[in-house]
Design a protein around this ligand. Sequence first.
Ligand code: ADP
Length: 154
Amino acid sequence: YTGKTGSQLFTERLKKLFVKDFQSIPVVVNESASVYDAIVTMFLEDVGTLFVVDKDSHLIGVLSRKDLLRASMGKQDLETIPVNIIMTRMPNITTCKPDDLLIDVANTLINKQIDALPVVLKIADESNEKYEVIGRITKTNITKAFVHIANEMH
Ligand code: ADP
């Protein structure tokens, strides 16, 4: 018997869970998509955050539900507004990597007050920072990890 408390065991287990084991599939839109297209995609794909990519599939932006609501409040035709004028753009995007600890991502989501992070791989042989989006981590994935540990310990 180790003499460890339940919360010590929980914390030890939590510090061994990685992004790659809990990430979801990313939903992306092209930078030339309209705000209207993005709203339709968000509904059909049932996600709260979209990632915006350029023609080479490199990450250039993030769109949240409220970004799209804000853009919809004006009188302008939503089919004529490109997402790339309303998105949060690089280099202001917070990302994570497949080998990051889930607990670190959870802290980032809380500290930055955002719902999701793109899981990215840095593209090699580029002087400037370019990223390929390979996943998505949201508060739902963090909740699933929490329940996963509880089920292991029952
Ligand atoms: P909502 O705006 O629907 O409440 P969020 O809290 O996730 O959803 O987003 C708040 C703001 O932060 C939005 O303007 C969004 O574009 C931006 N944002 C969301 N995710 C990220 C991220 N990973 N990195 C940087 N900015 C982000």
